[in-house]
Design a protein around this ligand. Structure first.
Ligand code: ATP
Ligand code: MG
Length: 289
């Protein structure tokens, strides 16, 4: 199959209104604390946080290869579509048709939303972004700040929620140009905030953030600080050789979180989280990959 090249619609944008921050995001629905929250509908997830992810937040979904990051996002996307939300799924890894048939195998029929125009799944080439950022930076010469619309959203589509699968693929396209990737990430987070978009940004990590002994590059570190929330998914190896999936909310600004790693299953119905089932075994003897 010949891969269709998608040209990124990167363009200059007006200076962002600095007053337009999360503090003045319009409150639509709240859980009693005045914060509008997004309900992703993954069974058990909301018991880990205060009933939902604050609307407009940028949330990292991180974990090792095959841990369930994409399924978490696809399941959330389906549930948000059912709630009538406008969602954009930006895939830098898997092609659209594979994602759609993957979802079908879980019983998540998204075709009605695609037809209705409330859901867009699009595949992008991360190299296009890297090249465009390079071109813009050389054009901007020594200017420290460039104002670029960092994502190439379809012009006629204004999503409320965006899933990016994955930041890791974008980072690898910037190979060796960590500084450029950092600049791009700053622009991306700023853009999502200015548009009050709730986003789920997948990041592949060998050892999730909280394990402590990871030497992040400066760009990776910036991504952790820029995000409002971090969800970590683990593929645990127990000493007896058994594997177990587990999940934890590491960070969610302005929200009470239950600080525990709990069990999770992946079945043909998708992810189910068991908030009452704290990961068994002594953690220092459990490898998290
Ligand atoms: N129907 C199913 N029943 C049980 N497990 C499944 C099913 N479908 C997929 N899985 C499991 O889900 C895992 C893949 O999840 P997913 O694609 O979300 O991982 P990922 O974290 O996005 O991985 P990657 O980093 O490679 O993109 C697989 O390892 C597979 O074992
Ligand atoms: Mg994936």
């Amino acid at each position: 199959m010949v891969k269709k090249k998608i040209k990124p619609n990167i363009k200059k944008i007006k200076k962002l209104d600095k007053k337009q921050t999360k503090s003045n995001i319009k409150i639509k629905k709240n859980n009693g604390d005045g914060t509008a929250r997004v309900h992703v509908g993954v069974p058990g997830f909301e018991d880990l946080i205060q009933g939902g992810i604050p609307s407009g937040y940028a949330v990292l979904v991180e974990g090792g290869p095959g841990s369930g990051k994409t399924i978490f996002c696809l399941q959330s996307m389906y549930n948000l579509c059912k709630q009538g939300k406008k969602v954009l799924y930006m895939s830098f890894e898997e092609p659209e048709d594979r994602l759609m048939s993957h979802m079908k195998s879980f019983g998540w029929d998204i075709e009605p939303f695609v037809k209705k125009g409330t859901l867009k799944i699009k595949r992008f080439d991360a190299l296009d972004i890297a090249r465009s950022v390079e071109a813009l930076l050389s054009a901007a010469k020594k200017e420290l700040l460039i104002d670029v619309e960092p994502m190439f959203f379809p012009e006629d589509f204004e999503p409320e929620t965006v899933m990016v699968d994955s930041l890791t693929s974008i980072a690898s396209a910037f190979s060796g140009e960590e500084n450029r990737f950092r600049i791009y990430m700053e622009q991306l987070f700023r853009y999502l905030e200015s548009k009050q978009i709730t986003s789920f940004l997948i990041r592949e990590v060998p050892i999730p953030t909280h394990m402590g002994n990871v030497m992040w590059g400066r760009a990776e570190e910036a991504v952790s600080f820029l995000s409002d929330g971090i969800i970590a998914i683990y593929n645990v190896i127990h000493d007896n050789g058994k594997r177990e999936s587990a999940i934890e909310v590491i960070k969610m600004r302005g929200t009470h979180i239950n600080k525990k790693i709990v069990s999770m299953t992946i079945t043909d119905k998708g992810l189910t989280i068991y908030p009452g089932k704290i990961l068994e075994g002594i953690h220092t003897q459990v490898k998290l990959t």
